[in-house]
Design a protein around this ligand. Structure first.
Ligand code: PXG
Length: 453
C-alpha cells in the first residue's frame, strides 16, 4: 500500500517538460499524461500510475510475448549483472554470447551460419545493409551497391533503415540524408482484392515481378540486396500474398541479389514458427531480429547470415579485422543472459505451439468485428491481427488517425492497451494469453468502435 501511495504521488507531481517522447504526440499527451504513465507490469498486464490495469494487447511494442516480470529472465539478468556485467565487444568475448549465437543459428532455418549482434532493430537493419554491400565488394562485385526496399516497409530509424523504408512521414523530414541508389517495390496491399482475408491473401504474388522490372532498369550487376518484412508490421499488418515471397526468392537467386528478411517483429515465434522464413517456407540470405529475442527486457538485435556471406570476409591476413563494424554493446553479457533465459522459457513453455493454438482463436475473434461501424478491413496471421477503420471526416475532409485515437483512448478506459497507426488498430497479444483474454480484448475493441462511431 505504501508503494501504491508513493506511485500515486509521483503521478500527481509528474513534470513532463524535459522528456521529448519518441514517435509520440508530445503536446497532446502532456495535456493529460496520467492515463499514459505506466507504473508496473506483471504477466500480460500493465498498471498505470492511476491504478488502472491494462491488458497488453501488443506485447509491449511487439517485444514482450512471454509476459512481464518473467521470473526466469529476471533471475538470469540479476545473476549476470553480478557475474560479468560488461565485456568489451571488440577483440574479446564471453561464453554466453558464443552459445547464444549457436542457439539462434539452430533456431533459424537450415542453411544459416553466423550471428552478428547489435542492440536494436534499427542497428540490425543498418548492419545487414552494410554487410550486403561489403559482401559483394569482397566477392569482386563492387558495383552492386543498390538496395531495394518496399513501399510501407518499416526498417527502423537509422539512415539506412529509413532509406529502404517506405513510410513517408519517417522519410520526408530527412530527405537530404536518405541514401542514394535506393528503389522500392510496390507494397502488396489492395483492399479491393484482399479485404477481410484470413491469413495470406490469394491475390498479389505477381507484385514480386516488379523486382524484374527494377533489374531490367538498373541491371542486376548494380543491385546488392532486397529487404522486406515477411509480414509488414508497422504499416498495419500487411500479410504477404500466397506465393509472393517465393517469387522474390526466385528472382533474387536468378540475379545474384541477396534477400534480407527483416524479422524484428516476426522473429522468435510471433507467427507460430521460430521465424517467418519457416512459416512461409522461404529462406533468405540474412535475417534481422530484435525484440522477442530478450522478451524486451534488455535491448538486443542482430543479423543472422548464411555461411557463404560470413566466409566471403574471412580472407586476407589472419590478424586483420575482417568487418569494420560493431557496437560497444554488441553481444552485451546481460542481454545475452536475458536472451538465453528467453529461449529457455520459449522451449519450456512451448511458445510456438501456444501461438499456433491461439492463432485460430484470434482469427475468429478479430473477424467477428466485420460489419461493425466504420470497419473497412480485418487481417491476421500468427498471433497478429489488425482492424482498419474508415477515417473520420470533417466536411468531407478526411482526418487520418482521429478515429483510431478515439478508439485507442476509449479502449484504454476499458482496460486494453492497443497500438494504432493511422486508422489501423494492431493486436499482437502475449503468447501466454488465454482464450478468454483474447475474447475480452476483441469485445472491448468492439465496444470502443461502437462507442466512438
Ligand atoms: N524493423 C522492423 C521490421 C521493425 O518492426 C525495426 C526494424 C526497428 O527496431 P528498433 O528496435 O530500432 O525500434 C522495427 C521496429 C509498431 C511498432 O507498433 C513497430 C516497431 C517499433 C515500435 C512500434 O508498429 N518496429
Amino acid at each position: 500500500m505504501k508503494h501504491e501511495t508513493a506511485v500515486m504521488e509521483q503521478a500527481t507531481r509528474l513534470r513532463t517538460e524535459a522528456y521529448w517522447m519518441p514517435f509520440t504526440h508530445n503536446r497532446y499527451l502532456k495535456k493529460n499524461p496520467r492515463s499514459r504513465i505506466l507504473a508496473r507490469a506483471e504477466g500480460a498486464y500493465y498498471t498505470t500510475v492511476e491504478g488502472r490495469r491494462l491488458f497488453d494487447c501488443v506485447s509491449g511494442m511487439w517485444c514482450c510475448p512471454l509476459g512481464h516480470g518473467h521470473p526466469k529472465i529476471a533471475e538470469a539478468v540479476a545473476r549476470q549483472v553480478k557475474e560479468l556485467d560488461y565485456s568489451p565487444a571488440f577483440q574479446m568475448g564471453h561464453p554466453k554470447i558464443f552459445s547464444l549465437a549457436e542457439r539462434i543459428v539452430r533456431l533459424a532455418p537450415a542453411g544459416m551460419g553466423q550471428v552478428f549482434f547489435a542492440n536494436s532493430g534499427s542497428e540490425a537493419v543498418d548492419t545487414a545493409l552494410k554487410i550486403a554491400v561489403a559482401y559483394h565488394r569482397m566477392k569482386g562485385e563492387a558495383a552492386r551497391t543498390r538496395l531495394i526496399g518496399r513501399e510501407r516497409g518499416y526498417h527502423g530509424v537509422g539512415i539506412g533503415g529509413i532509406s529502404v523504408g517506405g513510410i513517408a512521414p519517417n522519410r520526408k523530414m530527412f530527405a537530404p540524408l536518405l541514401l542514394q541508389g535506393i528503389d522500392h517495390l510496390p507494397h502488396t496491399y489492395n483492399a479491393a482484392e484482399m479485404a477481410f482475408s484470413r491469413g495470406q491473401p490469394k491475390w498479389g504474388a505477381h507484385l514480386a515481378d516488379e523486382l524484374e522490372r527494377l533489374v531490367a532498369l538498373h541491371d542486376a550487376s548494380t543491385i546488392a540486396a532486397v529487404i522486406v518484412e515477411p509480414v509488414q508490421g508497422s504499416a498495419g499488418v500487411i500479410v504477404p500474398p500466397a506465393g509472393y515471397l517465393e517469387r522474390l526468392r526466385a528472382i533474387c537467386d536468378k540475379h545474384g541479389i541477396l534477400l534480407i528478411f527483416d524479422e524484428v517483429i516476426t522473429g522468435f515465434g510471433r507467427l507460430g514458427e521460430p521465424f517467418g522464413a519457416q512459416r512461409f517456407g522461404v529462406v533468405p540470405d540474412m535475417i534481422t531480429f530484435a525484440k522477442i529475442v530478450t522478451n524486451g527486457v534488455i535491448p538486443m538485435g542482430g543479423v543472422i547470415v548464411k555461411p557463404a556471406i560470413h566466409d566471403a570476409f574471412m580472407t586476407g591476413p589472419e590478424t586483420a579485422v575482417e568487418l569494420f563494424h560493431g557496437y560497444t554493446y554488441s553481444g552485451h553479457p546481460v542481454a545475452a543472459a536475458a536472451a538465453h533465459a528467453t529461449l529457455d522459457a520459449i522451449e519450456e513453455e512451448a511458445s510456438f505451439k501456444q501461438v499456433r493454438e491461439l492463432e485460430p482463436v484470434l482469427e475468429r475473434a478479430a473477424h467477428s468485428l466485420k460489419g461493425e461501424p466504420g470497419v473497412s478491413d480485418i487481417r491476421n496471421i500468427g498471433l497478429v491481427a489488425a482492424i482498419e477503420l474508415e477515417p473520420l471526416r470533417e466536411n468531407v475532409q478526411a482526418r487520418p488517425g482521429a478515429r483510431a485515437l478515439k478508439v485507442f483512448e476509449r479502449a484504454m478506459e476499458d482496460g486494453m492497451l492497443f497500438r494504432f497507426t493511422g486508422d489501423i488498430i494492431a493486436m499482437a497479444p502475449p503468447f501466454i494469453s488465454t482464450q478468454t483474454e483474447i475474447g475480452r480484448m476483441v469485445e472491448v475493441l468492439r465496444g470502443a468502435i461502437r462507442a466512438t462511431h
